[in-house]
Design a protein around this ligand. Structure first.
Ligand SMILES: [Mg+2]
Length: 125
């Protein structure tokens, strides 16, 4: 699958990219939402892993833009939030933004494996 990993912290991107690369997926990185949107306009991704707090353009603004400003089918791209938030509170606070799922920090191989499986299952439907 083709993933876009959006996070302002290089070490966070590196860890996710190494794990996903190890699974055989194709990864592109962006350090903020503005860079991510430029990439999304030009390329198709199966899923976007989106950090919340970033300079220039944060994950909330970026996901809102994807959902409301991009044309079909790009506006339906799966967006997974990357956050240290409690998952229950996260979806309460950001229920209207349009995230498909959540990956909580700290990341692990097992968490990413589970997430990839969920996305693959979802894509087959
Ligand atoms: Mg951040």
């Amino acid at each position: 699958m083709r993933f876009l990993v959006v996070d302002d912290i290089f070490a966070n991107r590196l860890l996710i990219c190494e794990i996903l690369n190890g699974f055989g997926h194709e990864i592109t990185e962006a350090e903020n939402g503005r860079v991510a949107l430029d990439l999304i306009e030009q390329h198709d991704y199966d899923a976007i892993l989106m950090d919340i707090e970033m300079p220039v353009m944060n994950g909330i603004e970026t996901t809102d833009h994807i959902r409301n400003k991009l044309h079909h089918p790009k506006n339906k791209t799966k967006v997974i939030a990357l956050t240290a938030h409690n998952p229950a509170l996260f979806f309460e606070d950001y229920s209207d933004v349009g995230f498909d799922d959540l990956l909580t920090k700290p990341y692990s191989i097992d968490k990413l494996k589970g997430l990839v499986k969920e996305i693959e299952d979802g894509l087959k439907k």
